[in-house]
Design a protein around this ligand. Structure first.
Ligand code: NCD
Ligand code: ZN
Length: 355
């Protein structure tokens, strides 16, 4: 055999992964999407951008109960809860949240994305809450985009680093921060060069697609998410970061379900639904650059280590075997169309096994 061309990997058994950024919504919608995630991931960080947002420990505990009730019998899955940071989040609520097992607080700049109108208008208004988080050991999760209308949509993340993240890290040097769903070379470099208090999640869709996907043959709303897909140079930088083995980068799908009619709309909402085939989509992105063996570090080790939680004990097996993704799912009264609806996927999750 020619050792310059090792046989392609067709099967991978690895530690069960976690999803460090997930939207499961509520009510009937939750009943569709929670089983998809629970079939793959051991745990997931649950985003708090409900309507109204999850802003108290008591709301987070009640929401956790509703999610647990949506996990099919026999599946092991733990939702990890977050609070939604507002200008008014009180320091005592942080303490109550920690005591209730909430692990993080999410910052949405006001107006940045879906259900973000209650978000932060000025970071300085949150400093009391951030001090309490630094003290109590809660993480801060950032939607890292500025919202000023004069800033070009494609530059919002890079400007956020300069104007918000750098001063924030200077003021809170020991606050653990996750720069969520990074989409640019600038963000990947910034996180790589930072200290151990900063990490970043990367979605499968930002590893697989660049902004051309939004316009290929017509306007394609199911590829629209925020932060929006960027140029190819950025996609390549994200793939390099995710496959590098660097402990600061980890898996966060940002799977964000919306009724299909609200995406296929004159003002279509942002969010790609990937939870039905999340680990398979990541496997495809890693395999495309010959790095499938780096998937476990990114998907199953780095996030748990950053959050200071134990790694999962179960194992999963993925096979390189093509299958067709469902075209849609029932979503309460609506229809949910996933990314790659009705298309062929190259990898398939075969089994989840207990230790
Ligand atoms: C998310 C949603 O729909 O809740 N949408 C998205 O495009 N990612 C919100 C978010 O994470 O920005
Ligand atoms: Zn999100």
């Amino acid at each position: 055999m020619n050792s310059a061309f090792p046989a392609a990997v067709r099967e991978l058994t690895m530690t069960r992964p976690d999803d460090w950024h997930l939207h499961v919504r509520d009510g009937e919608a939750l009943r569709t999407v929670v089983p998809h995630t629970a079939a793959q991931f051991g745990r997931a960080i649950i985003m708090p951008n409900l309507r109204p947002p999850v802003t108290t420990a008591a709301q987070a505990v009640a929401y956790r109960q509703r999610i647990r009730a949506g996990v099919p019998a026999g599946m092991k899955f733990e939702p990890l809860m977050t609070l939604y940071l507002t200008d008014n989040l009180a320091a005592d609520e942080i303490k109550r949240a920690r005591d209730a097992g909430v692990v993080a607080v999410k910052l949405y700049p006001a107006g940045a994305t879906t259900h973000s109108d209650a978000g932060v208008t000025d970071l300085r208004k949150t400093y009391k809450a951030l001090e309490a988080m630094q003290r109590e050991g809660l993480l801060l999760l950032l939607h890292g985009e500025v919202t000023a209308p004069e800033i070009d949509l494609f530059d919002r993340e890079a400007v956020f680093i300069e104007t918000q993240l750098i001063p924030l890290r200077r003021d809170f040097p020991e606050l653990k921060i996750v720069f969520e769903h990074i989409t640019t070379r600038e963000a990947a470099q910034y996180v790589r060069d930072a200290d151990r208090f900063l990490g970043a999640t990367i979605t499968a869709h930002h590893l697989l697609y660049n902004r051309n996907a939004l316009f290929a043959g017509g306007l394609r709303p199911h590829y629209y998410c925020l932060p929006v897909l960027k140029r190819e140079v950025h996609r390549i930088a994200l793939v390099d970061a995710a496959t590098s083995g660097n402990c600061r980068f980890f898996l966060g799908t940002d799977s964000a379900p919306h009724p299909a009619r609200l995406k296929e709309n004159a003002s279509g909402c942002a969010g790609c639904y990937t939870a039905h085939a999340a680990i398979e989509l990541y496997a495809e992105a890693f395999d495309a650059v010959g790095a499938i063996n780096q998937l476990e570090v990114f998907a199953s080790f780095n996030g748990a280590d950053f959050y200071g939680l134990p790694r999962n004990q179960e194992r999963i097996t993925l096979k390189k075997e093509s299958w067709r993704s469902p075209g849609s799912f029932v979503f309460g009264e609506a229809e949910l169309k996933p990314l790659r609806a009705g298309e062929i996927l190259a990898w398939k999750l075969e089994t989840v096994a207990s230790p």
